[in-house]
Design a protein around this ligand. Sequence first.
Ligand code: NAD
Length: 442
Amino acid sequence: MEFENVKPPEWGEIIEMKDGKLHIPEKPIVLYIEGDGIGPDIFRGMKRVIDAAVEKAYRGERKIAWTKIYAGEEAKEKFGEWLPDETVKAIEHYLFAIKGPLTTPVGGGIRSLNVTLRQRLDLYACVRPVRWFKGVPAPVKHPEKLNVVIFRENTEDVYAGIEWEPGHPSIKKLYSILEEDGLMGKIRFPETAGIGIKPISKEGTYRIVSAAIKYAKRHGRKSVTLVHKGNIMKYTEGYFKKWGYEVALKEFRDWVITEDELWDQVKGEDGVTPIKKEGAFAHLRGGRPPGDPGDRIVIKDRIADAMFQQLLLRPDEYDVIATPNLNGDYLSDACAAQVGGLGMAPGANINYETGHALFEATHGTAPKYRNMDKANPGSLILSGAMMLDYLRWMEAKKIMVDALERSISEKKVTYDLARQIDGATQLKTSEFATRIIENMEE
Ligand code: NAD
């Protein structure tokens, strides 16, 4: 495919999805959007760090063919558009991209790059790993106990974008259906109510929960928790829970054990209350006592509000989390805050069937630090680590993450961390990247 403004290096090779499998060449083409504000500063830092880790791990046998694409202010200046169609087509073609933060243009008619790409490429999994790095100041006593990977469903729920402002003519049409079904009484103030729709489907649930279980298996994670509000929203979030267990047992029976099975419990006549049935599932545990899953992944569920308490009170009981869109949005930020803030939180939007993946810093453009070589590149570096993980370049990922951790624990950090850590040395973005590279071990 020919692109006008997308020019991969001659030696770059294309990543392909064939027969449901990603084929990663030794010199994969990875697209990048530098981003606005602090974007170029942190991008430069991230690129140097990744290239150094890959070089250390594979001695030139593997190398990323970085290829620039345009979005945001730079695209607006150069091509008169915030998000040129060619940028979207390039990601469609080359599969992998990593991006710095982008200014959200003020004014109507322009949708965010993320939303557009999420929809065009059906990037249904928003993956957010959250862990603590030694030395990062955190608001809880034991931030090290939280180490979760959140799989937030990215295409459904109240984020589907079906909502009407108060008084919109479509609301009247909707009311006529509600009237017919005798449900109008449920809307307390119909004249002034805005209305939104919350779709949650079986296919949508199956694919996000499957992705979470496969991730847990590949990374030796111990449990997958379905987080829902099914006690109130029975036919959306309640079905998320039902379908979540269903797909776990249908497609991954040999890998998983439910929490009930783990404790030899069956549901009583009411279908809710658990009843103990000694030894009923001992065969799934390979004869181990109740509570010992062996190497099976425990599938459990928690109601969303209880989950917020649980993550504060018993964080080490949770591991991979699969959840609908809105819960996932709240949970990822709460978890990130618990381990010391959003500045270090990475993210990826992925479609595991087509292979499309967009890795990103989760913070904004911090415009007041633009071109000051000051911002923390941590979030983008950790997004890069997620990319190495997705490329299955685990050696390079480990070298990079260990070096980042070492740099933070020696208190040589950017301003945002330095101002919170006693005795810290404040480094520029570029110096911090250099320090991480110096801290890399074979
Ligand atoms: P912001 O994340 O840019 O800033 C919030 C605070 O965190 C500021 O004090 C900022 O200086 C600080 N900060 C952010 N990243 C930092 C880093 N890497 N190192 C050190 N300090 C950092 O959020 P905002 O001010 O609400 O948004 C600014 C712009 O970014 C807006 O145009 C917004 O729409 C956009 N935005 C983009 C994304 C994205 O592209 N994913 C996400 C959020 C906001």
